[in-house]
Design a protein around this ligand. Sequence first.
Ligand code: ADP
Ligand code: MG
Length: 652
Amino acid sequence: MEAKKPPLIEIKNITKSYDLGGATLEILKGITLTVEEGDFVAVMGPSGSGKSTLMHILGLFDRPSGGEYHIYGQDILSFNDEQTAFLRSKMIGFVFQQYNLLARLTSLENVMLPLIYSNGSDRADKAKELLGSVGLAERLNHHPNQLSGGQQQRVAIARALVNSPKIIFADEPTGNLSSSQAQEIMQILKDLNKKGISIILVTHEPAVAEWAARNIMIKDGQIISDVRKTPLAAADKEIPQIKKTKAGLSLAEIKENFLSAAKFVLINKARSFLTMLGIIIGVGSIIAMLAIGRGAQDSMAQRIKSLGADVVYIMPGLIQINGVSSNTPRKMTIEDAYALKANTDLVDKVDPMVSGSFLAEHNGKNTLTTITGASTAYEELQNATPVYGRFFTNKENDNMSKVCVLGQTVVNNIFGQENPIGQYVRIAGKRFLVVGVLPVKGATGFRDADDIIVVPVNTALKRLTGGIYISSAAIKVKNNKILEAEKFALLTMLSRYRLPVSQVDSFRTRNMADLVTMLETTTSTMTILLGVVACISLLVGGIGIMNIMLVSVSERTAEIGLRKAVGATKNSVLLQFLIEASGLSLTGGILGIIFGVIVSLAVSKVTGWTITVTVFSILLSVGFSAGVGVIFGFLPARKASQLSPIEALRYE
Ligand code: ADP
Ligand code: MG
């Protein structure tokens, strides 16, 4: 013998009560009802008798306080969230008393929505066809606020039909339609019923109840009569699959979540932008921090290369009295400098130098620049072989000739486009012949290394600075013996001036490593500062996002309820809000990258460093900002996903 097909719906002793300030309000007082496949039931009863409450329980938006609910013999109250969502989506179409359309979507999109959650195909075609069948073929792209109440309800009916459900619950579906439109809708429902779809509707109009095959009266939460008017046609024997087997979100759902998140962010532009501000500053700081740090490093490396790591400087310090520095500087002469050549193991070349600020003038244009007097060794020690013309010669130095080589900045400032070679520059009132132009060095720190004029040291002493004292001496060290050379230079000076070792601070030495450390300290301070700003901003930005997401969730509680009612799972709602949060923070991240690049360029302009924005720093920032969105968006998104459909639908 063939097994009997279980009924479509079987509820036993369903109760529903609300706790209202201690008193228990019993709404449904034990409803037992069986609905076979293909039935057409009209539920009637006075207002407040619990009809809608019953429909919400049947539609799986609400859970009963007690009793059993079986669909095709399966205990569906034991289903998990995803399985329940699957049932709502595949089995059930619901038509609400208040339409419940999403205001931001067009008619077409509203009707398509359940198909997204059921992973249906040909979504637009199906939706168009159904809208046509409820007489709205001309209203596909209208938004709910551009439709009459009756039209909105017809969109809602089309939406309920779009997944070809086994059963349609309709809570006063014709309440807002004119009687002729009501007839049309009932005809549609009747036709659907003829195709085997079961219908349960709530109505208070006897004319509507007339269409049904069975009339049920409810009063005070109890069925008081159940009358069949038309015999039930035999249904097919097949039982559809009602339990979802495959878990997870479909591509269409993920896409829908992206689009709806993007729409919401765009609709609230000002709010979204303010929310992103923290992230923008944070990410901007990360980008700038990495770019500036990197730029400083690069420029230091380049500087070391151009200056030579094997060059040590010695310069006079302050005279020490009882171990304390006085205000009076020591002095150093060319002879002192050349005395260092004595140690041929350590010292390769020595370049005595004297520097001062002077006004240089040509053809009425002048510039305040650094004049450095140096020997011909300068060319090699400073990597300063002229790009145009030549360096001055030993003979010119010996003769104290008034010749000079110019840095590029000086050329720009007083010659402009003119060729300076062979022309004269007036320094301290004396005419100097320009014999060469130095290669471009770029800026070091905040100083422009090309703002310089180099003249023979003897000429400088005789004609510019006066006297015999030099400012420093550059020593090219042999075999990388930097520390030995520094020690030797200091001891040589002490012995030449007959000073005890305790007076060692009378002279100072500097090598490239010292310079690098100095620069590194400045840049690392800057980097740490930017890092702190970045962290604080990202934290504040994250909190801002969390705050706005919480607002967004409560603003859209009704929307979340509707999405769940048409088949969205918890995970889908969670994803929708997570995408929105990380979308906000990612957009903030991208704006932050632009902001960071602008800041870096500005710093580059001031310091002359080549700023490098690396792919790494961009990926880091994007990762950071997306992470902030996900972490801080999680709480609000979870809150949204946990809402029960009926709580959410009742909200407002
Ligand atoms: P109707 O038969 O008119 O559709 P409902 O099922 O909507 O009636 O409501 C039945 C009763 O339940 C009403 O008296 C209503 O006030 C009450 N009710 C509905 N929802 C809640 C709730 N969340 N808390 C307390 N009472 C409720
Ligand atoms: Mg009602």
